[in-house]
Design a protein around this ligand. Sequence first.
Ligand code: UD1
Length: 355
Amino acid sequence: MIKLIFVTGARPNFVKIAPLIKAVRALKGIDWKLVHTGQHYDPILTDVFLKDLSIPAPNINLNVGSGSHANQVASVMTKFELYCLGEYPDSVIVVGDVNSTLGCALAVSKLPGIKLAHVEAGCRVFDHSPEEINRVLVDKISDYLFCPTAHDRSNALAEGAPFTNCHVVGDVAVDTLRSILPKLTYDAPSSHYALFTLHRPANVDNPKALKHLLTIAREIARHIRVLFPVHPRTLRAIKRFGFRQFANHLDFSPPLGYIQCMATLKNAQFLLTDSGGLQVEAHFLKTPCLTLDKITGHMATVACRANTLVGTNLHTVVSAARDILNGRHSQILDGDFWDGRVAARIVTYLTQRSP
Ligand code: UD1
């Protein structure tokens, strides 16, 4: 019997693993397991997502928790290697670009006979952020690279990935979003607001950068109410650097669950963010997105006019926000592979290739 192990571990992973588990459950004769590395452990970053996305209880939680990059990756590697040696699957499926993805990929890459599949392969921003390093390294050692778009495949090919290993299948996160669309009407806040999120280490761990970005959001809050669900990393930084006064201008809240977050995004006038996943989700929901960067790993969102790379210049960002509020925004075009069958394509491919 074919044996597959799916790996999840941090908030953005749950959104990507949910449709894959649904697709594998629909097939008969597959022995599959779900591993939770425990990188994220707060209920608001994990349990809420498992529940919202109807993900079954993982077979094992490796409980790696927080730590330095080296500590976290090493802990994932050690514990996942042990689990894999016991289970010895045909393939391991990792998603996205978090430390858990890299740790599991490295552990598997040296176990003979186990294939490594990377879902969301080829996305690149060409910087040295932790996520970019994880993405490049995981793609380098993967046997199957499932790319959201042709653009992402060309990135992987340019780095030497063999053509036959790279498959353009679409973005699994869109499968997830499609599946919960009917639920979005219930939780939606109704008032006029913008949604703001911030969590990248380069933006929040450096007091100058964080203060500047909060100042931009405060400036925008002069024109429209700004909802700011705060990531634990960001909240810690805000407290540490003494920036709590920004709560007088921005609507701080704890992180949102998946359905609540998507409903909030759908009804927002626009999104202001440094998150990659939310750019794709905003595109699908046709909410204009302003990305606080000059580059993105999701170029299709820019090509479809859903996403503007505004960078971090205060005047540029505020003026882009005012343009949207004044109705000066192009019509957003549909993306490719919005058929809800991305995960089914991946799982079918894997089960047909395994012995
Ligand atoms: C991680 C991912 C990032 C992803 C983000 C989404 C990496 C390198 N980064 O960043 O790509 O977009 O998740 O959330 O993997 N913490 C809690 N509770 C938790 C988990 C973390 O309070 O359940 C705190 C910890 O104290 C930790 C900090 O948040 O110091 C950062 O956690 P970590 O897992 O290192 O990375 P994220 O910033 O969450």
